[in-house]
Every structure is written in structure tokens, then in C-alpha cells.
Design a protein around this ligand. Structure first.
Ligand code: SAM
Length: 378
């Protein structure tokens, strides 16, 4: 039997159930770490299936806890699994799992927010982001192209596959939103997990957040998060897990979301610039979109620059933020970048900061005003 077939047919040996492990190691869920466990292996298998075919894949799991999802990932025939867990109480149970899957499971006791995933896997896991890049590497010893025919090489070059590297996790709710925003920024900069190429993610979120991430134009859930995720990725809201499936039961249902980074982002501007425009547009969700756009500019030139930006972008100012498509946002961000290029001080302008400053000035002025008011007249 070849090595790859051996990997593909791997199954974990009989082990104590997750429930038994929880009892064995006295793993009471910590509210502070948003711990809600999945004990049903059919459900964890279903989550893992959303990631696609994991045979011989490299995987990073976020927050394995007692290891239910970890077992399903290992049973999917992965080559290599790194788990990152913050809570030391889970490490002995994970070691048990590691012994049952020799050479496959690496345990990192640490925080996913600071974990350097770019150092977590060998460089040869990488695949180039786009076809052109792959074509450039065509004559070099391209990983995965050794010993294949010329026509197979050409086919590989044209399809520009993502790497066989996945991030999977039943995330703690208190970490999930900042983490996906961090990873979206990494995606835009091709850093962190995306130094390896278009690393795919399969993650759980609070149901409402999952709906926002995948919401289409004009839907009720369309928000800042929808635009930020969808200009960089293909986002698929796979299915909802009822809260009662978790132990302890959280107050909300949970959505499983799959992300595939696009080879070319739909908006080709720095992440922070896109984020600034999108944030300002959604500041007044129910108003016409030009109201939020006005907030990108200081008082003195607000009306003039808003008009210029809307005209350059050719976007109807009376559309509501939720009605704007990704191409609308692309046109708006490009127009804003153009204005910033001719007036760089706009880049650092933040309406919120101006409001805070005014509020502060008013506050510090008040005692003098009061004094003047109460000073008896001549
Ligand atoms: N994956 C397990 C499951 O499905 O049953 C546990 C899920 S539980 C919702 C979240 C897990 O993430 C917990 O084990 C918790 O200790 C861990 N965790 C919380 N914050 C973390 C962080 N910043 N970095 C790594 N793990 C974290």
C-alpha cells in the first residue's frame, strides 16, 4: 500500500468518548473562555466535511478543547494537524489523542490571536496566489509538479489551486469576530496563514454573525462585515447548529461558515483604506449612502469633496448602504484613494476624532463660561 493510501485510510483507534474525557479530566466549561463543547461526532464530522476533501491536507484547528472536532479532522485522513489551545486543562486529553495518531497531531499551548501560523507549516505547503505567479514559477521546481507531464503542468498552472492547508475551528464567540477581521487583513496583505496562498477557513460564529458575513446586497443582515469578507473571499454560510447541540448550551444558535480567498480581491486598495470607507458608509445604515461618505471629509470641504467622490465613483448617492454592491464599494474606495492621493491629509482625517475633540474642548471651556456667567456685573 502506498504512503498516501495509508494516510487516506487512517482511523483513530477506540478511545474514551469526549463525554468520558470531560469527566476523566474534570473539564468544566469556563464561561470566561466561551467554552461550549460539541460531543456529537456526527455533527463534528459534518462540520469537517464543509472544508472539502481533507485527504493528506495540512490543518490548523483553533481551540480544540476536549477534542471532538479534532477527532473528526484526524479521521478525515489529514497529513498533519496543528491544534492551538489556550486553556492548559485540555492539554493532557489532547496528548492522549496525539498518542493515538502518531506523528499527525502537534499541540500548541497558546493564544490563536498571537500564534505565528506562517511558522506552523513547512514552506512546501505553499501554492501561489494567482495564475501569473504560478506561470512564472512554471520552469522552477514547482511543488506538486515534479514528475508530471507537460500537459498536466499546464493544466495545474491554469487552475491555480489553493494550498492543501485549512483552518478549522469551533471558535470561542468572544474571539471569533476580532479573529476573522485579523485574518481578513492578513489575507489582504498575504501574511500569516496566507503566506502559504489562499488558505481556506471553516469556522463557527454566532448565527447572526454568520448571516452578516454571507449577507447579499439588499438583505436585512447586509453590514460592514459582509463587504469586508466578500471583497476578499467567497463566503458560504454552510448550515446552522442549534444551541442545544452544545454543552453547555449557549444562548444563541451557531453558523458554520466556509471562506475561500479570491485570487484577486474585488477591491485592490489597502485593507485599512477599504475598512475606513466601508465603516463610514455604514455609519448611517438607514440613510442615503452619501450621508456616511460625507463623514470622510472635514467640515470645510465636506459637500464639495463628497460630490466629487460620488461623481468619480458614478454611484447613485440616494442608494442605502445595504443596497451597495461590492463593485459600488470598489468604485467608492478607488475614488476616495484618488482624492487622498491629491490631498494626503485626508487619510488621517477621522470624523469621530473631530467630534471627540470638540466635545473635549466644550467640556474644558465650560468652567470659564460658568465663571463668567456667575460673575456679578458692574
Ligand atoms: N473545539 C471544541 C469543541 O468543538 O468542542 C471546543 C470549542 S469551545 C467553543 C472554544 C475553545 O477555544 C475552548 O477550548 C477554549 O479554551 C479555546 N480558546 C478560547 N480562546 C482561545 C484563544 N484565544 N486561543 C486558543 N484557544 C482559545
Amino acid at each position: 500500500m502506498s504512503a498516501s493510501r495509508k494516510l487516506a485510510s487512517f482511523r483513530l483507534p477506540p478511545l474514551p468518548t469526549i463525554g468520558e474525557l470531560i469527566k476523566l479530566y474534570n473539564l468544566r466549561a469556563e464561561k470566561q473562555l466561551s467554552q461550549n463543547f460539541l460531543l456529537d461526532l456526527k455533527l463534528t464530522d459534518k462540520i469537517v466535511r464543509q472544508a472539502g476533501n481533507l485527504k493528506n491536507a495540512h490543518v490548523c484547528e483553533v481551540g480544540p478543547g476536549p477534542g471532538g472536532l479534532t477527532r473528526s479532522i484526524l479521521n478525515a485522513g489529514v497529513a498533519d494537524l496543528v491544534v492551538v489551545e489556550k486553556d492548559s486543562r485540555f492539554i493532557p486529553g489532547l496528548k492522549l489523542l496525539s498518542d493515538a495518531a502518531p506523528g499527525k497531531l502537534r499541540i500548541v499551548h497558546g493564544d490563536i490571536l498571537t500564534y505565528r501560523m506562517d511558522r506552523g507549516f513547512a514552506k512546501d505547503v505553499s501554492r501561489p496566489w494567482e495564475e501569473g505567479e504560478k506561470m512564472k514559477r512554471y520552469n522552477l521546481p514547482l511543488q506538486g509538479c515534479e514528475g508530471i507531464t507537460r500537459s498536466e503542468k499546464v493544466r495545474k498552472c491554469v487552475s491555480a489551486d489553493p494550498p492543501n492547508l485549512h483552518i478549522i475551528g469551533n471558535l470561542p464567540f468572544n474571539v471569533s469576530t476580532p479573529l476573522i477581521i485579523k485574518w481578513l487583513e492578513d489575507m489582504s496583505n498575504r501574511t500569516g496563514p496566507f503566506t502559504f496562498g489562499r488558505t481556506r477557513l471553516t469556522l463557527t460564529f454566532q448565527k447572526e454573525v454568520a448571516e452578516r458575513l454571507s449577507a447579499s446586497t439588499s438583505s436585512r443582515q447586509r453590514s460592514r462585515l459582509s463587504v469586508m469578507a466578500q471583497y476578499l473571499c467567497q463566503v458560504h454560510n454552510c448550515f446552522t447548529i442549534p444551541g442545544r447541540a452544545f454543552v453547555p448550551k449557549p444562548e444563541v444558535d451557531v453558523g458554520v461558515v466556509h471562506f475561500t480567498p479570491l485570487a484577486q480581491p474585488q477591491i485592490q486598495q489597502p485593507f485599512k483604506l477599504v475598512e475606513k470607507v466601508v465603516r463610514n458608509v455604514f455609519q448611517f445604515r438607514r440613510k442615503y449612502c452619501y450621508r456616511g461618505i460625507e463623514m470622510l471629509f472635514p467640515d470645510a470641504c465636506r459637500i464639495e469633496l463628497t460630490q466629487e467622490m460620488m461623481q468619480r465613483a458614478d454611484v447613485d448617492p440616494s442608494l442605502r448602504p445595504t443596497e451597495l454592491t461590492i463593485p459600488h464599494f470598489k468604485a467608492l474606495v478607488d475614488a476616495y484613494a484618488h482624492l487622498c492621493a491629491s490631498e494626503p491629509s485626508l487619510l488621517s482625517y477621522e470624523h469621530r476624532e473631530e467630534l471627540q475633540l470638540r466635545h473635549h474642548q466644550k467640556k474644558t471651556k465650560r468652567p470659564a463660561d460658568t465663571l463668567m456667567d456667575t460673575t456679578p456685573g458692574p
